[in-house]
Write a new protein. Structure first.
Ligand code: TYD
Ligand code: MG
Length: 455
């Protein structure tokens, strides 16, 4: 059968394919994202359907599991997010906004990994000189670091096959291309096929590979969704542009939990780990000011304290304005409704703002109580006590519901020098004896009780 090239239109945002051009992608609703790409409809696809009879299966009991070799990256925060280090042969996708520090963190770990392995750093974005200048700044000078400025995926794979480095970094996958595919670098087909090539290479030679992926304007990884299915780990680097703190989060991890976060600070000599994020997040808390309360949120296995600020002012227009940063907007509306109906605090003709300091996102119901206390405190203009923090989920009846990991949260509060912690009353029963006594634990049943205990 003669090979025939067919043209399809692929959405650059979500990877949706259509045989004809469309102004608006039916899958993700974006406009002007359908680009023409040529796909070869021959050999490679038909080959899969013809069985060569070489498929083999192994008994699960006979498969050796001892191969999961992990090695550290020299950054404990990164190791934690990866689930205890990089697994041999894994493919990791690191993504995040431009300028957030993806290239910086990868170059930084080269120094440590270079002590035991050769590292191949492939850059399609920067020149070797630029990388050298940055490496100088970061103090990376190992002889085991090889820099390659290339964008041809196949020749890079060829090099990896012959030289077999111990660790490979591809910065970034959007610049990689395969010559045979006619579409331009960064297009859906190119990104998908290049990732497939690197994945096969990583598995075949057990070389851990990190690829950098750009994000589109919505903050999702640019390119096809399949990219996230192919790789073993997806890491997101987040942070506010104007703040120096960066949070590394695992969205997918085949070798560990996805709840862990790593906290870094961008300094003039690269990223520094922040081993004690609670301290950093609450350090600037104003004294004797109303409308601020400390919350404790679980990020994976680690409790982190954060400052929640609420501001309530009389609205000049009929409808109160609500705004929230770092806390779910709909949950804020719900909390305000509960406070109004169940606790007797009226917000309907007031503007209410909530802000979580440090760019942290509170997505856990256990932080409800701190948000409510910050808002009430601002409404009444009474400061919450300095030595007090609060955890608890608020139900629609204004009651406090039990929270998980209560002991860990209490221990973290105690470690940071808090004297009193307000928890839902039901949680008191579950606490072990050893923890009681170190810090005053106040059990409350509803929001009003909690507020009275906190001022
Ligand atoms: P970079 O790693 O190039 O971002 P990405 O690869 O994610 O696009 O990070 C660049 C930013 O980091 C840039 O704004 C400057 C800043 N930076 C520092 O503040 N200190 C440093 O030591 C380095 C290397 C970068
Ligand atoms: Mg970069």
């Amino acid at each position: 059968m003669a090979s025939k090239n067919k043209s399809v239109y692929i959405c650059s945002e979500c990877g949706y394919e259509s045989p004809k051009w469309l102004g608006c992608c039916p899958s993700c609703g974006e406009w002007n994202t359908m680009n023409e790409e040529i796909v070869a409809t021959d050999a490679s696809k038909t080959k899969n359907t013809v069985s060569s009879g070489s498929a083999k299966a192994e008994k699960i009991s006979e498969i050796s599991a001892a191969d999961e070799i992990r090695f550290g990256t020299g950054l404990a925060e990164l190791d934690r997010v990866l689930g205890g280090g990089v697994v041999n042969g894994s493919l990791i996708l690191l993504s995040g906004d431009p300028g957030i520090g993806k290239s910086t963190i990868l170059l930084q770990i080269c120094e440590y990994i270079g002590k035991t392995n050769t590292v191949l750093y492939v850059s399609g974005e920067e020149s070797a000189r630029q990388i050298k200048l940055r490496a100088n700044r970061l103090g990376v000078s190992t002889d085991n670091l090889l820099i390659m400025c290339n964008t041809d995926a196949e020749s890079i794979i060829e090099y990896i096959r012959t030289e077999k480095p111990g660790f490979v970094i591809i910065d970034s996958i959007q610049t990689m291309s395969i010559e045979e595919l006619s579409s331009s670098p960064g297009s859906v087909t190119q990104v998908r096929e290049s990732t497939n090539l690197f994945m096969r290479c990583a598995k075949q030679y057990s070389i851990p590979t990190v690829i950098v992926g750009h994000v589109n304007k919505d903050g999702n990884i640019a390119g096809p969704k399949v990219l996230e299915h192919i790789v073993d780990c997806v890491l997101y680097f987040e942070g506010e542009r104007h703040l120096s703190y960066r949070i590394l989060r695992a969205v997918k991890n085949r070798y560990g939990s996805t709840n862990e976060i790593g906290v870094f600070e961008m300094t003039d000599c690269g990223l520094k780990e922040v081993p004690n994020p609670s301290m950093m997040l609450i350090s600037g808390k104003p004294k004797n000011t109303s409308g601020t309360c400390i919350a404790c949120v679980m990020e994976g296995s680690r409790p982190i304290l954060a400052e929640v600020q609420g501001l309530v002012v009389t609205s000049n227009y009929g409808n109160g304005r609500r705004m929230s940063t770092g806390f779910d907007y709909n949950r804020l509306s719900m909390l305000l409704a509960v406070l109004e109906k169940r606790s007797g605090y009226f917000f309907s003709n007031a503007d209410a703002y909530v802000n979580v300091v440090g760019g942290l996102k509170l997505d856990e119901p256990a932080t409800d109580l701190s948000v409510a206390l910050a808002l009430i405190s601002s409404l009444k203009d009474e400061p919450i006590r300095e030595d007090t923090l609060a955890v608890g989920e608020i139900g629609l009846g204004g009651e406090l519901r039990t929270v998980s990991f209560c002991e860990q949260r209490i221990k973290e509060a105690d470690r940071l020098g808090f004297k009193r912690i307000i928890v839902p009353k039901h949680n008191l029963k579950t606490l072990s004896e050893t923890i009681k006594g170190e810090i005053e634990i106040i059990g409350c049943t509803n929001v009003n009780e909690a507020y009275n205990a906190s001022v």
